[in-house]
Design a protein around this ligand. Structure first.
Ligand code: HEC
Length: 165
């Protein structure tokens, strides 16, 4: 009697596990649209301010996945539901700041965004911590932070200068 009840419970557990597995497999078919355009273009950040190669390298390494029109996706970013979470960050990130279309912003917004770049990097708010867990190489060294901050601040000043004359 006891054995029959136990084996029934086991069967039930097995069915639940299989159900979860099937669910996980099925939801893999639901993929968000990928951010796979051109990061560089006629309206990108370089059309507005000078971006030295070493600054561009840091931006591409640490910011472009969420703030440009082209994201490099590691394999695990293709797994549902991780992909939806990633897609949401990209959508939000691009809405706040898109280096690929920086030239389309108003002069005022360009200036503000450069100031915010300096500010968010200085405060350690960017890149997002949740991103750094899996993208350790995107973590900014003290030197890289300094480089980005001084570039962003100097560019904002230069831009304001051009705009006011
Ligand atoms: C994992 C994606 C991701 C990465 C990588 C990332 N950001 Fe962001 N960023 C976001 C999101 C999402 C927002 C909007 C929500 C928020 O402010 O947290 C944002 C907002 C911003 C803003 C606007 C902040 C404000 O004051 O409203 C700036 C400026 C910015 N990021 C700069 C950067 C810079 C510079 C880097 C690289 C050093 C970077 N981000 C890397 C996702 C990212």
């Amino acid at each position: 009697m006891n054995i029959i009840i136990k084996s029934k419970q086991l069967m039930k557990k097995k069915r639940i596990l299989i159900g979860i597995l099937v669910f996980l497999i099925v939801i893999q078919a639901i993929q968000p649209t990928k951010n796979k355009g051109n990061a560089a273009g006629p309206k990108d950040i370089t059309s507005v301010v000078q971006v030295p190669d070493n600054v561009m390298a840091v931006l591409k390494k640490s910011c472009y996945d969420c703030h440009s029109n082209n994201t490099t996706y590691p394999w695990y970013d293709n797994i549902t539901p991780v992909n939806w979470w990633v897609a949401d960050h990209i959508k939000e990130g691009k809405r706040e700041l898109n280096f690929s279309t920086f030239g389309d912003y108003t002069a005022k917004r360009q200036n503000k965004k450069l100031d915010e770049v300096a500010e968010t990097v200085e405060k350690g708010q960017m890149p997002l911590n949740s991103y750094l867990i899996m993208h350790g190489d995107a973590k900014l060294t003290a030197q890289e932070k300094e480089l980005l901050i001084s570039w962003a601040k100097a560019s904002a000043v230069k831009l304001a200068d051009v705009q006011n004359h």
